[in-house]
Design a protein around this ligand. Structure first.
Ligand code: SF4
Length: 415
């Protein structure tokens, strides 16, 4: 029988892990958290599958028709109740509203979800509660509403401070709104992260540098930054095929990434994961717990869940999701992870972070055969100066940083 890795293909596994990281499902213990905050804790991810308009590059699950938003929120609450005993961990340490565009939620809808969560789950003291927001939604009124709810961290989808880039990507906000939303958000929230995209066709080095400088001037304590990727069946792919948009230039993206790492680390940010940079005390607890392999429950269409042994994913279709929940059914599929799946995910997520692959942990979690496999395949990568070892912990070198996913795939165990 083929292993799940072979069935899915290495590329798909890499993509899945990246999506889980980027959509902030869970993450790694480290000294920028108060000790013990992540021990034994679990997370809750709520997917809000609605957007005002479709960004040209996006292949996440969302609908631009908001007609069923109220009904869907009702069904999210039902799913929360039906699955309340699924997590074995005693308490929820982080709650993450991702999407889609969670900032489209109205006060009553958010309140309805929080009431259901607090009635049915044990929530830790001082949980991290993040909401992804788009700049055009962040009016003074919306920010007040979010501040009055339980939200204590905002992740703002800025992507760029330049009109040309925003138009090319078909973002719903303009450059002025990008700036204004952060300035306004700062008077309500201290814990703010922004997303920036590099490697956009036509984006000069100067424009990218200016994007980073503006972010620094605005004083945000956390930045997540991703290379623009051309996903199959997106508008971006079609425009590039028809010659309407220039293809993505990998060399330009690599240069943008190097500038990003250099500038942010010089300015007090720690590069704690391939796409994530935080000032001390501002790392995302939610993502960190994911990289640590903590369990999480994903609620809503397209949401993934993980219990330490299996991964589940809900159907990516709003009407079918609603229909199933109306009949008290959770429309989901399950994949039980083999030992090699878990090892591959461990290697991939750890090499993307500053925490690295710990040899002792590889032996303890996966056994001596996996340790020997890792050491054997690591040798040529060490020779090429792509991987380095210090005190039994392997990290990607600066030379290998932009290639981390490929390096991790070279170390995978394919049965
Ligand atoms: S707002 Fe986010 S989820 Fe919605 S289409 Fe744009 S990138 Fe995709």
């Amino acid at each position: 029988m083929k292993s799940p890795v072979q069935k899915k293909g290495v590329y798909k596994l890499i993509k899945e892990i990246k999506i889980l990281s980027e959509k902030s499902l869970y993450g790694i213990a480290d000294n920028s958290f108060p000790s013990g905050r992540l021990g034994g804790a679990a997370g809750l991810y709520i997917h809000i599958p609605f957007c005002k308009q479709a960004c040209h590059y996006c292949d996440f699950h969302f609908s631009t028709s908001l007609k069923k938003k109220g009904k869907l929120v009702e069904m999210l609450c039902k799913e929360l109740v039906l699955r309340k005993n699924e997590l074995s961990s005693p308490q929820i340490q982080t709650i993450y509203f991702g999407g889609g565009t969670p900032s489209l939620l109205e006060a009553e809808e958010l309140q309805q979800i929080f009431e259901t969560i607090y009635t049915n789950y044990k929530i830790a003291e001082n949980p991290e509660i993040t909401l992804e927001a788009n700049p055009d939604d962040l009016t003074e009124e919306k920010l007040k509403m979010l501040k009055d709810s339980n939200i204590n961290r905002l992740s703002i989808g800025v992507q760029s401070f330049f009109e040309e880039d925003l138009k090319l990507m078909n973002r719903a906000h303009n450059a002025e709104e990008a700036l204004k939303s952060i300035k306004l958000a700062k008077s309500y929230f201290d814990n703010i992260s922004i997303d920036l995209i590099y490697g956009i066709p036509g984006m000069s080095v100067e424009r990218w540098q200016r994007n980073i400088e503006i972010s620094l001037e605005l004083g945000v304590p956390h930045i997540s930054s991703y290379a623009l990727t051309v996903e199959p069946n997106t508008a971006l792919q079609k425009f590039i095929e028809r010659g309407k948009i220039k293809p993505v230039d990998d060399e330009a993206a690599k240069l943008h990434f190097e500038i990003l790492v250099e500038t942010l680390t010089k300015n007090g940010f720690e590069h704690y994961e391939f796409s994530n940079f935080g000032k001390p005390g501002y790392f995302s607890e939610n993502n960190t717990a994911y990289w640590l392999g903590k369990p999480y429950l994903g609620i809503g269409p397209a949401a993934h869940s993980y219990d330490g042994n299996s991964r589940k994913w809900n159907i990516s279709n709003n009407p079918l999701y609603i229909k199933a929940l109306e009949n008290d059914k959770i429309p989901q599929e399950t994949e039980v992870l083999s030992l090699s799946d878990k090892y591959n995910e461990y290697v991939m997520t750890r090499l993307r972070t500053k925490f690295g692959v710990e040899l002792a942990e590889v032996s303890e979690k996966f056994g001596e055969d996996y340790k020997a496999h890792f050491l054997e395949l690591a040798k040529p990568l060490q020779k090429e100066d792509l991987l380095q070892e210090k005190n039994g912990v392997f990290h990607i070198t600066s030379k290998g940083k932009f290639l981390s996913d490929g390096i991790a795939a070279d170390l995978f165990f394919l049965d």
